[in-house]
Design a protein around this ligand. Sequence first.
Ligand SMILES: *[C@@H]1O[C@H](CO)[C@@H](O)[C@H](O)[C@H]1NC(C)=O
Ligand SMILES: *[C@@H]1O[C@H](CO)[C@@H](O)[C@H](O)[C@H]1NC(C)=O
Ligand SMILES: *[C@@H]1O[C@H](CO)[C@@H](O)[C@H](O)[C@H]1NC(C)=O
Ligand SMILES: *[C@@H]1O[C@H](CO)[C@@H](O)[C@H](O)[C@H]1NC(C)=O
Ligand SMILES: *[C@@H]1O[C@H](CO)[C@@H](O)[C@H](O)[C@H]1NC(C)=O
Ligand SMILES: *[C@@H]1O[C@H](CO)[C@@H](O)[C@H](O)[C@H]1NC(C)=O
Length: 858
Amino acid sequence: MFTWIFIFWFMQINNCVSALVNNISRCYYRISEEFHHEGDVVIGAFFPLHTFHTRKEKPHSTIPYYYLDSKIQYNFKNYQYILALQFAIEEINGNPNLLPNISLGFDFYNVRFTGKYNLDITFSWLTALGQRNYLPNYNCKRRNFSAALTGTSWITSAQIGTLLQLFKFPQITFGPYDLLLSDHGHYPSLYQMAPKDTSLSLAIVSLMVHFRWSWIGLILPDDHKGNKILSDFREEMERKDICLAFVKMISDTWNTYVAKFWENMDETNVTIIFGDIDSLEGVMRNIEQRLLTWNVWIMNVEHHVIDTTDYFMLDSFHGSIIFKHNYRENFEFTKFIKTVNPSKYPEDVYLPKLWYLFFKCSFSDINCDVLDNCQTNASLDILPSHIFDTAMNEESINIYTGVYAVAHSLHEISLQQLQMQPYENRKGIVFFPWQLNIFLKDIEMKDKRSLDWRQTIDTEYDILNIWNLPKGLGLKVKIGSFSANGPQSQQLSISEQMIQWPEIFSEIPHSVCSESCGPGSRKLSLEGKAICCYKCTPCADNEISNETDIDQCVKCPESHYANTVKSNCFQKSVSFLAYEEPLGMALACIALCLSALTAFVIGIFVKHRDTPIVKANNRALSYILLINLTFCFLCSLNFIGKPNTAACILQQTTFAVAFTMALATVLAKAITVVLAFKVSFPGRMVRWLMISRGPNYIIPICTLIQILICGIWMATSPPFIDQDAHTEHGHIIILCNKGSVVAFHSVLGYLCFLALGSYAMAFLSRNLPDTFNESKFLSFSMLVFFCVWVTFLPVYHSTKGKIMVAMEVFSILVSSTALLAFIFGPKCYIILLRPDKNSFNHIRKKTPSRSKNFLKHS
Ligand SMILES: *[C@@H]1O[C@H](CO)[C@@H](O)[C@H](O)[C@H]1NC(C)=O
Ligand SMILES: *[C@@H]1O[C@H](CO)[C@@H](O)[C@H](O)[C@H]1NC(C)=O
Ligand SMILES: *[C@@H]1O[C@H](CO)[C@@H](O)[C@H](O)[C@H]1NC(C)=O
Ligand SMILES: *[C@@H]1O[C@H](CO)[C@@H](O)[C@H](O)[C@H]1NC(C)=O
Ligand SMILES: *[C@@H]1O[C@H](CO)[C@@H](O)[C@H](O)[C@H]1NC(C)=O
Ligand SMILES: *[C@@H]1O[C@H](CO)[C@@H](O)[C@H](O)[C@H]1NC(C)=O
């Protein structure tokens, strides 16, 4: 609401100005450019009240003048300089302790940007003849000169300084600190009031770091200052990994029409404009005209908004950030400004002009005095801030400080004189200007804030944000500060929510060459490019990066694994073939079912123990085999569940022993059949063997051999618990290590050897004529058993982890099932479904005598 009222009022002012422009009173031009404020001791004030000259051959030629006219165009913002001088002098004159009975005055000259003119007015001032006549080396009116205040541009100060230094005439500059001017060889009597900008590049770079801007453009004047700043920035930025996308130096012969200059301006979102306003005003003016609104401009100077005709338009500098020396706000000055009017300072030639332009007064035709027909509320503080600012700007502060420095020096001189000639009846002091040098030198050296009239300190900055939307609002809002003296983390303080960014940014802008590499990836620098331009590449396996923009990924420790996005190492979970998981559960169930089935078969055999088929096939061995098979099935359970050392040892030994016994039983069975039918054996021996049940001894013998092998295995390198961290992602698999691979293979080999032996035996008797001849089935089961374990080996060796264990269990189950199915399946079929075949009558019909013989013995 306030803003709109303000704008409305502001437009009115503007309209009236435009109207006046067309019919400006002659008096406006006739009034001179210089004036004198009387005092016993005078200060020469050489301030620019113009913007740049619009002469075609000069650089900055596009800069239009204030309040358009071909002759005089003022930048009334600079009028504040005069007021600051006036204000300081009034304060000093009113202070009875500083310069009692001496009044300070000043001579004001409006400097232009030509050396000839500046030397001209300086000579004129020193000679004090007025009207541009001069006699070098004469002080015609015996005026009490003290010092000259010059600025703002260092060029002006240097031009005036070349003359003043001839006389060792004290010169105080109020423009930005300049290294050239600090050369006391060239300018022995020049003192700079501006604090050094030692920490400004650091401050700006800190802001870049704060907002993670790493791709920055830089616009500098192409002079000694620009080069110094450039090297400062390069150094700071290198330290903080910030890169310069472009550096544009504005030379003296800079031409705004060079298209190349504007070419890559949009490469960055943040551009620093750094230098003094005098060298940069031209380029800033162009930026404004070109409406480069997509950039956040970081500046150390403030652009004077001049065009006010398009105030509803966007402004290039809306959202800019300005770094300024931090200083105490001088409220007295603001109060003072309210009291200023043409009648209070009749000698001041600029106040009538201001009043005429802005407050609708008119000039009297006779003597060009401003008449009293102004607006009643006329006062400088109601002017909009782009025309006149009531807050003291940095240069004004330096002027204020400079005047105080002169006053203090005069004070010292008068004290000295009082000490030397205490009784002389004098009026005021008598001195030569050069005498001030001793004291000014002292003051320049002193700690800035120890003098209470010094208002700035060189390491502290305010950060201001320009709010200029709609155009003409021209607010400068303090959004933070920087203090180089603080601890590193507290140097910069900034309140982000206060900042208004240029319109096109909906959030905090970012300016980077390459988007940052998030967690999980690392930077891969590109050859021949700045370090800020890089590619992101994902971390290698089992490596992580948990922060952004990391150069190297970190390896996860062995016990940890990298998550899929490679941003964190996680503790691996322990894994084994558990009963709870489907595979383990399925295998366990199958094992239990099969052992139950085996038990069921035992039941059938026991129940039908007296039937021919059971009796014919060596009943005892069948029982042993069935019981063994039960164990074989059950021993697979050892492999499932969390392994421990006992389980590891049991796994292999029970497996080995149970299978050995089973195979030995099969072998015994096969041998028995062979013995019973093979004619080649002598009958007595066969009988003896049959009676003594000789083949049955094979079982303990073979088992003992296997136990021996296992014993050696367990004694030399028993199985132990092992961890496998690599096979399965994110898991550490606990499993039994066989200990000795050789032993394991020996066990398997022995089993296969037994199976082959049994197969051979069964094969020999496969064609024997016997109703219940099981040789075919025995040989077949052995073949399957052999095949299972032979195929097991390559598969076993090509798998890892849980599958490897499951594979072994599977093989155990399959081979046992093969034995059960092939040996006992057909018998169960006959017992249960074909009882007719299972009768003695049936057998008698078919069996030859020898088999009856066998039946008797079995
Ligand atoms: C300009 O002002 C003069 C008197 O100040 C007046 O006589 C004249 O008519 C004005 N011209 C215009 C165009 O307003
Ligand atoms: C100032 O002037 C007055 C009278 O003119 C005189 O009495 C007083 O002593 C002077 N003060 C100093 C410090 O010279
Ligand atoms: C000042 O007074 C004039 C009339 O004299 C009025 O039009 C204008 O709005 C006033 N400005 C302010 C800021 O009060
Ligand atoms: C110079 O200073 C003395 C004493 O301070 C004073 O009497 C004299 O009038 C001054 N000269 C001028 C020209 O103001
Ligand atoms: C500038 O900002 C725009 C919009 O926020 C963004 O898309 C672009 O990537 C930025 N450019 C750079 C160089 O960061
Ligand atoms: C990144 O990981 C390192 C080591 O693992 C750790 O010290 C650091 O705190 C982590 N940083 C973040 C942001 O998580």
